[in-house]
Design a protein around this ligand. Sequence first.
Ligand code: NAD
Length: 293
Amino acid sequence: MKILDGKKVSNDIKDEIAAEVAEMKVRGEKVPHLAAVLVGNDGASLTYVGSKVRSCKKIGFESTLIHLPEETTEEELLAQVAALNENDDIDGYIVQLPLPKHIDEQKVLMAVDADKDVDGFHPTNFGKMALDMESFIPATPYGIMELLHRYEVDTEGKHTVVIGRSHIVGRPISILMSQKGKAANSTVTLTHSRTKDLASFTKAADIVVSALGVPDFLKADMVKKGVVIIDVGITRVPDDTKPKGYYITGDVDFDEISTKASFITPVPGGVGPMTIAMLLKNTLIARERHRNK
Ligand code: NAD
């Protein structure tokens, strides 16, 4: 069994990006600038955004955090999005999800300039991705593809079973892995909460990508020997014995399944860090596209 070490690979990718940024500086060019909009004080969102901003600093990007109060209206947020679209200094930006319930998430994501949509959530980018066109690929599925590629996991002709059909993970990874190209050419089955006898699919899978958010959902008796496991799930489980009052766990019963798997991503330290690295990669790509416009 081999661990797919997302922490290590994400550090490699960040080093590669940092080297490119250093060269940009030497050439006297503007460096990539990522902005993040956060509405409210959701604990997980604060952690994610903080980590994204810190990563920008480390690799030499400029970053701007726009932290708005929970009571921000949809109109105010849309005005902020319009300002970011207009601001030539910003190469890419993200609106951290989830947004407070009184704001229509879809409306806000639709308002983001597709050329600055480094999360790849805008329908223009999602459509282009599905059509094999140049686009911004959502960071989590992009990170999974990169991890598979760098560990040379054989995906061609393999049966990949994805659990979960969300717009940010399950749906896009099912599209990407079925396409032509590196870490792809897989035969994909997309399963979800209405799938009957899910274990019959996972037992037949060469690769399982689990993105549902239920701790220990995937057990050893649901997979075959030699399976490749990508655990996307991140759940905070309350635990008073931990300094933060919780621990982080994935969808997979790691101790059991790791004895059967050929490759497996740990949680934490697997897909999570890759997501941030690929967001930075998308921002670098955005900068290059803007420069060449
Ligand atoms: P979501 O909550 O939007 O959707 C969950 C999906 O799982 C749904 O499509 C649903 O049909 C499916 N599902 C739920 N229960 C099921 C069941 N019993 N059997 C089969 N399918 C079932 O999901 P999301 O936003 O993709 O997030 C999924 C998990 O991945 C969460 O734990 C989230 O925190 C995590 N996540 C991690 C990263 C990362 O960077 N590692 C990024 C995004 C999301």
